[in-house]
Design a protein around this ligand. Structure first.
Ligand SMILES: Cc1cc2nc3c(=O)[nH]c(=O)nc-3n(C[C@H](O)[C@H](O)[C@H](O)COP(=O)(O)OP(=O)(O)OC[C@H]3O[C@@H](n4cnc5c(N)ncnc54)[C@H](O)[C@@H]3O)c2cc1C
Length: 163
């Protein structure tokens, strides 16, 4: 968060990166910690800032999109799971939507995700954590996601890939 001017740090929209509230908050916290430590020891993980279009239904994304992965020459695969098959979505009467994981083929690490539908803004946070910590798709598949919650949809997508 340090600028080229000594002793001046920057955070938020002024960076021109992710012009979002949660990005601004995290950038300012990291800037404050670095100022208190007297040197830059923490970094914001700009690869894993989630964003949501708060329409009805919602659409959310994090990490690399398929287009970005293609542009970088990354060999990737995707796996999707329709929300209409999810138990919680069925309870809530949700008929449309899906969860998609974007996975680097060789390492099987989750590099991005897109969610469209019920609670997309919530589901995307788990995918953001997976991207942030370089989780493998199997790490998600092995986690017992609570039933009946919409988070099972990520679980099912990961299981589909890992089988
Ligand atoms: C309509 C709208 C809806 C949004 N909805 C969302 C959303 O749902 N989710 C989300 O994540 N993000 C949303 N955003 C984006 C989010 O508000 C910004 O990313 C966030 O506020 C950036 O924080 P900031 O501290 O960098 O800037 P700001 O919040 O803009 O704060 C900058 C402050 O600096 C002050 N200032 C400017 N010039 C000077 C000066 N010369 N001297 C002193 N003070 C000055 C301003 O008055 C302001 O208070 C929305 C933005 C808008 C406009």
């Amino acid at each position: 968060m340090k600028t080229r001017v000594p002793n001046i740090y920057a955070a938020g929209d002024v960076l021109g990166k992710y012009m979002l509230y949660h990005a601004a908050v995290k950038e300012s916290v990291v800037a404050a910690w670095n100022i208190l430590h007297g040197k830059p020891i923490y970094e914001v993980n700009f690869n894993s800032i989630p964003m949501t279009i708060f329409t009805e239904p919602e659409a959310a994304m994090v990490g690399l999109s398929e287009d970005a992965a293609k542009a970088r020459g990354i060999n990737y695969v995707t796996v999707s799971y329709p929300l209409e098959d999810d138990a919680y979505a069925q309870i809530m009467g949700v008929r449309e939507g899906w969860v998609k994981l974007i996975i680097e083929k060789e390492s099987q690490r989750v590099i991005g995700g897109v969610v469209y539908g019920e609670a997309a803004s919530m589901i995307i946070n788990e995918i953001a954590l997976a991207v942030a910590v370089n989780a493998r798709v199997k790490d998600i598949a092995l986690l017992a996601h609570q039933h009946p919650t919409i988070f099972e949809s990520i679980d099912r997508a990961a299981i589909r890939f890992s089988l």
